[in-house]
Write a protein that binds this ligand. Structure first.
Ligand code: AMP
Ligand code: MG
Length: 343
């Protein structure tokens, strides 16, 4: 799907950018016809611990404003429901009480938990929301990590099979005390998809919504694709590749997002569920597919899987493409994005 629409254009852009090194998201609003500027409206906000960026095109200023308001309200709603940092969010309630018995939750949260577990199964456990049993013991901003003893105890609780879902009751329980979950690897993508749904209800045909590294686009940028750049993980001020996108979602996961370095160890926010340590093999992963929830979950998953297994997974999935940068700065493309021979 992705390549048949964009392959030539994307290959040219990839090859032009080839010598620049690599990765996250940088929105380029190039190529918009000048006479259409009046109908674009843009807004930025800080929600869900990240920057929300919305661009909406519509002839009617009221509709544009309604669209932007709907997006920001939706982001706030998802944050209130799913933030581990809000004590009375439903996610926090699960972490507090689910070991005692079933905790009933909203349908949206339940469905996202179900989707998370499906992705765990698809990725052979690379994606695992119970990573938080260990992950919640880190504070990257304050450079805090658990003692080895606390780490070893917590690591035993990482296993998505410890999360038990009851679809009849929309309830969640934990198999044991000590399990913790966090939806940081999928919730922003979900919030972006929800936002796009609100914009579509308003009959908005051209828009872009991003939440940190998760972006989704409705339509094109009035006759041209949107150009979304992928940053260089070695130097995040540089863009290594530009992807032309329309009606698609792009998610980037990078080890430069939240981390601290102690000695020669880099502690960052993407945890390998089988070791409990930060995943080491690659530095960034970008996924393009039709929806942000899937793109978000798969960018985190492929980061954990590494280049070889990650590419094998991407190439086995229809309508999903990706670019991976490993520790040595090598680029790996899924088959739909493969680079042309530069000769
Ligand atoms: P992303 O920003 O989409 O790459 O996701 C990174 C976030 O996903 C982290 O900040 C954690 O909240 C969460 N996370 C870390 N490791 C995992 C994992 N193995 N499976 C699922 N979520 C994870
Ligand atoms: Mg993700």
């Amino acid at each position: 799907m992705y390549c048949s629409v964009h392959n030539n254009f994307s290959q040219n852009l990839f090859s032009q950018q080839r010598l620049i090194s690599y990765f996250i998201i940088f929105i380029c609003s190039l190529f918009a016809p000048a006479n259409s500027h009046a109908e674009w409206q843009t807004e930025d906000a800080a929600i869900m611990g990240t920057t929300i960026h919305v661009e909406v095109w519509h002839m009617d200023a009221d509709i544009r404003q309604q669209g932007i308001d709907a997006v920001l309200q939706e982001m706030e709603r998802v944050n209130r429901l799913m933030s581990p940092y809000i004590e009375n969010s439903q996610l926090s309630k699960i972490n507090q009480f689910a070991h005692e018995g079933p905790v009933e939750v909203d349908k949206d949260l339940f469905n996202l938990l179900e989707k998370s577990i499906q992705v765990s199964e698809l990725t052979n456990g690379a994606f695992d929301i119970t990573y938080a049993s260990v992950g919640s013991l880190y504070n990257y901003r304050k450079k805090l990590k658990p003692t080895e003893q606390d780490f070893s105890t917590a690591k035993e609780f990482i296993d998505y099979k410890n999360v038990l879902l009851d679809k009849d009751q929309f309830s969640v329980s934990y198999a044991k005390q000590g399990v913790k979950i966090d939806l940081g690897g999928i919730a922003k993508g979900f919030a972006v998809d929800q936002s796009i749904m609100h914009l579509e209800k308003l009959d908005i045909k051209h828009a872009l919504v991003s939440a940190g590294g998760d972006t989704r686009i409705i339509g094109d940028r009035l006759g041209r694709p949107w150009l979304v750049g992928i940053r260089d993980p070695q130097n995040i001020k540089e863009v290594i590749a530009m992807l032309p996108l329309q009606n698609e979602a792009l998610s980037t996961s990078g080890d430069y997002e939240r981390f601290f370095v102690e000695g020669d160890v880099k502690y960052h926010h993407i945890i390998h569920p089988s070791t409990g340590r930060s995943a080491k093999e690659v530095r960034s992963v970008s996924i393009v597919t039709s929806d942000s929830t899937t793109a978000d979950a798969l960018s985190t998953s492929v980061f954990v899987l590494g280049a070889k297994k990650g590419l094998a997974l991407l190439n086995s999935l229809d309508g999903v493409e990706g670019v991976i940068v490993d520790q040595a700065g090598n680029l790996f493309y899924s088959t739909g994005l493969e680079q042309p021979n530069n000769n």
